[in-house]
Design a protein around this ligand. Structure first.
Ligand SMILES: [Zn+2]
Length: 307
């Protein structure tokens, strides 16, 4: 019986930035993560290269509703007539009615950049969306997929345990590990981007994933990686630092929080990389500074929310 797992580079922002997965079991297929509508042709090509038709896609799974994960879900659904879109209960309603999601993103990015990054986001028909509870199991070609709710990065996030392939699809709950930063060994850091950062919950989520005991984890940013224990330790350290920083900036005037967090995160990144023997180039920093900016915004947002 055929059991395949393909990593597809969505091409979003740059190569090696945002992955989607195609999982084939027997004569059924599932996508995990869809990226944006711009990635849909690539996703369908990968299916065709495996000798499968869109009719054979049973599930389209999104770990959470951030647009680099779920922006293309409804468009992909239109191409796969027998597929059901699978999401966290708190994410499902935003897939069925994306108007709020789209409006808030347009507010952040502006109309033009939004169009370039995300393209079209049609509503998904409610009858084709399935919300899964914590601990629920779905089958793909006779193999189980286990869904586990995890908070800390987003309140509407789950991960998917795939025992048949001995892996887990982690979305953003097991950090970011870009290929270009793995040149001195495993290097991973947490995403604390807006709007749901919760340090203790994020650590619990890391532990929940680690305790599955899989050989690998499939990160959206980016790829299927081993050395789970080492990754969990790095993520704990990063989240401890983020939690301390969050507590520190909570005491500051609101207008100072983000910049203070941003500078501290740049310094922490430098140290964390050095500790692993990774010297960061100017090109590395161009991308990392974007992530540290998002992380700082997430901490500042949490500080304003919980005051
Ligand atoms: Zn996210």
């Amino acid at each position: 019986m055929r059991a395949r797992l393909l990593t597809i580079d969505s091409g979003y922002v740059r190569p090696g930035f945002a992955a989607c997965y195609l999982r084939v079991q027997g004569d059924e297929a599932a996508y995990v993560e869809t990226n944006t509508s711009h990635a849909v042709p690539k996703l369908l090509e990968a299916l065709q290269a495996e000798g499968l038709s869109p009719e054979q896609v049973r599930w389209i799974v999104v770990t959470h509703v951030h647009l680099d994960h779920a922006g293309g879900a409804a468009t992909l659904l239109q191409h796969c007539p027998n597929a059901t879109l699978v999401a966290h209960p708190r994410a499902a309603r935003h897939l069925i009615d994306p108007s709020r999601l789209v409006a808030s993103s347009k507010q952040v990015y502006g109309e033009e950049i939004f169009e370039k990054l995300y393209g079209e986001i049609p509503p998904a028909p409610a009858e084709r969306v399935r919300a899964v509870e914590d601990g629920e199991v779905l089958e793909l070609g006779g193999a189980p997929l286990h869904f586990l709710h995890v908070r800390g990065h987003a309140n509407h996030h789950f991960v998917v345990h795939d025992p048949e392939r001995d892996t887990v699809y982690t979305g953003d709950a097991f950090g970011l590990a870009y290929p270009y930063l793995q040149r001195a060994g495993r290097f991973v850091f947490a995403s604390t981007s807006p709007t749901d950062f919760d340090g203790p919950e994020a650590k619990r989520s890391v532990d929940r994933i680690r305790e599955l005991g899989t050989r690998t984890a499939c990160l959206t940013h980016f790829g299927e990686l081993d050395e789970i224990e080492a990754m969990a330790e790095q993520l704990h350290a990063w989240l401890d630092f983020s939690q301390e920083l969050y507590e520190r900036i909570r005491e500051l005037p609101p207008q100072e929080r983000e910049e203070t967090a941003y500078r501290a995160l740049l310094g922490h990144m430098e140290q964390a990389a050095q500790r692993r023997g990774l010297s960061l180039t100017k090109e590395d920093w161009e991308l990392l500074s974007l992530d540290m900016r998002l992380n700082a915004q997430g901490l500042a947002y949490a500080a304003s929310r919980n005051r």
